[in-house]
Design a protein around this ligand. Structure first.
Ligand SMILES: CC(C)(COP(=O)(O)OP(=O)(O)OC[C@H]1O[C@@H](n2cnc3c(N)ncnc32)[C@H](O)[C@@H]1OP(=O)(O)O)[C@@H](O)C(=O)NCCC(=O)NCCS
Length: 86
């Protein structure tokens, strides 16, 4: 079974390592508690902080969906990251 992980912090909480801590903790919890073989996340290509969060939590880049997302009139790629059951 595959699951998708997503996360969102209020701006006043950015840059303190909270997202990295939370994604690591939720990833460990999900693999320990659910019958998952795979967790994945989709990131806007320009969201470098989120890419970094996923890399630090052990997720690997798997692919790019070209022109898959639009935000405030900006069209861009979506990046797929995944982590497999350890
Ligand atoms: C993306 C988000 C979750 C990051 O949360 P955070 O708690 O600030 O992240 P962390 O403090 O754990 O930092 C993660 C890494 O990103 C880096 N980083 C932060 N801002 C960055 C930026 N603008 N560009 C590049 N790297 C950045 C940090 O330096 C850190 O890497 P390091 O430890 O190697 O130095 C947060 O900004 C957020 O909620 N944004 C709005 C919603 C969103 O984008 N959600 C993700 C959707 S995929």
């Amino acid at each position: 079974m595959t699951a998708e992980i997503g996360y969102w912090l209020g701006e006043s909480m950015w840059g303190r390592g909270f997202a990295t801590l939370a994604v690591k903790a939720m990833t460990d919890y999900a693999f320990a508690s659910l019958e998952l073989i795979r967790l994945q996340a989709t990131v806007y290509e320009w969201n470098s902080a989120s890419v970094r969060v996923l890399e630090k939590a052990g997720y690997s880049f798997e692919g790019r969906l070209r022109n898959h997302v639009t935000k405030a009139d900006r069209v861009g790629d979506a990046l797929i990251y995944a982590k497999l059951r350890p």
